[in-house]
Design a binder for this molecule. Structure first.
Ligand SMILES: Nc1ncnc2c1ncn2[C@@H]1O[C@H](COP(=O)(O)O)[C@@H](OP(=O)(O)O)[C@H]1O
Ligand SMILES: [Mg+2]
Length: 382
């Protein structure tokens, strides 16, 4: 691969995800310290959406459009603009506009340009609405989950900002912002040792949470990088003490840690418990909201991530693209439960996904899990 291929895209993506992390941290602090109504359950599946989801989507869309040209880019992102456009949402829209403008005014701190004038409501709505591209097999598509794990965000726990670039069906760039996942190595493992009874990764000591991290990678590089978040009002200096991360070298199931969603509704915990027993995993599952699970595998803090959604649920590309590339470039393997690569060519859904998703630090653990799925599927209720 040419060394500089996608380098501008990667550079912009990392900077804009830093901005998004800063935005989310501010909104999360506000959320946790007040009872004001900033949450809005609106989606068809009744999942929560907050002013931070819309604000991040508007801000990222505006920056990408400024740099690459709004006519030239295709963005596939989670949030739609309908709810926010309704007259009864005027108060919410005002909060979003203010949040977006506050964040954009700080763009120079992250090496990007602020707008000449603050954006108005119609510009903000337009930026959100522009992210309704369908994706598909041809051309370049940016894929954004403005806040993945909104439930974790609302609970003051783990969430992620995920931005990926797909080029002709291949994920070529992956950037994951993890504002509550400290850059300190082995932090997760230490946390686990301190909280035997609570397998969910949650906020226990706010002091150590201040430093989140951003992980990023480029296809074919064989490298994944981590940067600490920019603190306070400091400037982002590239490459801002970025360091290489790598998957864990543990191959013995007895020593391996497996991650899964916190919510039973999003993945069948008893099925994965059966798989864990079948392959000889001894540790309790580490339950984490959002794509921070992919970050944990890429950083070597855990070895396995499994997700088995209920039959009929269609996984979305923005929930996986960035994380999958990060794990792969950091040395790991990600497939569906049939052992096939995930197909990012079919639009917003991972069409044809076989049963579930299995991400591992290495092929040996991966083969064991896939083998156990084959052995136990017919007797499961899934
Ligand atoms: N019934 C379901 N089954 C599986 N995944 C679901 C689901 N409902 C929502 N999700 C997805 O799971 C994501 C959260 O992942 P996790 O459970 O691993 O934390 C949600 O992302 P958002 O929070 O961005 O909506 C959503 O995309
Ligand atoms: Mg999501």
């Amino acid at each position: 691969m040419e060394d500089d291929k996608y380098s501008l895209e990667l550079n912009v993506a990392v900077r804009v995800v830093h901005m998004a992390c800063s935005l989310c941290q501010k909104v999360q602090k506000g959320l946790l310290s007040s009872t004001s109504f900033v949450q809005f359950k609106s989606k068809e599946d009744n999942s929560p959406v907050t002013i931070a989801d819309w604000s991040v989507q508007a801000m990222v869309s505006w920056i990408l459009s400024e740099i690459f040209g709004s006519q030239n880019i295709s963005i596939v992102a989670e949030e739609d603009v309908q709810t926010l456009s309704k007259p009864e949402s005027a108060g919410l829209l005002e909060m979003v506009v203010n949040t977006v403008n506050e964040c954009l005014s700080e763009a120079p701190r992250f090496g990007l340009k602020s707008p000449a004038q603050a954006l108005g409501p119609s510009q903000v709505l337009e930026a959100i609405g522009r992210c309704n591209a369908a994706g598909g097999p041809l051309g370049k598509h940016w894929v954004l989950d403005p806040i993945d794990g909104t439930l974790g965000f609302l609970r003051g726990s783990q969430y992620a900002i995920a931005l990926a670039l797909i080029d002709n069906a291949e994920v070529v760039i992956g950037v994951l912002g993890c504002p509550n996942y400290p850059a300190k190595r082995n932090w997760l493992v230490k946390h686990e040792q301190q909280s035997h009874a609570v397998p969910e990764l949650s906020v226990t000591n706010p002091g150590i949470w201040e430093e989140g991290c951003i992980l990023y990678t480029r296809t074919g590089s064989g490298e994944a990088w981590m940067q600490p978040l920019v603190q306070g009002d400091k400037k982002l200096v590239w490459p801002n003490s970025a360091r290489l991360v790598r998957v864990s070298s543990i191959q013995d199931p007895a020593l391996a840690t497996f991650c899964e969603p916190v919510e039973e509704a999003n993945s069948n915990h008893s099925f994965t418990a059966g798989l864990a027993q079948a392959v000889g995993l001894r540790k309790k599952p580490l339950r984490v909201h959002s794509m921070v699970k992919y970050a944990a595998i890429a950083r070597g803090d855990a070895e396995i991530f499994m997700k088995f959604a209920r039959a009929g649920y269609k996984e979305k590309i923005w929930d996986h693209a960035a994380g999958v590339l990060l794990v792969q470039e950091a040395g790991g393997v990600v497939t569906d439960a049939g052992g096939r690569p995930l197909d990012f060519s079919k639009g917003m859904y991972l069409e044809g996904l076989d049963r579930g998703i299995v991400a591992c630090s290495g092929v040996k653990l991966h083969e064991k899990i896939i083998g156990a799925v084959y052995a136990s599927w017919d007797s499961s209720n899934l």
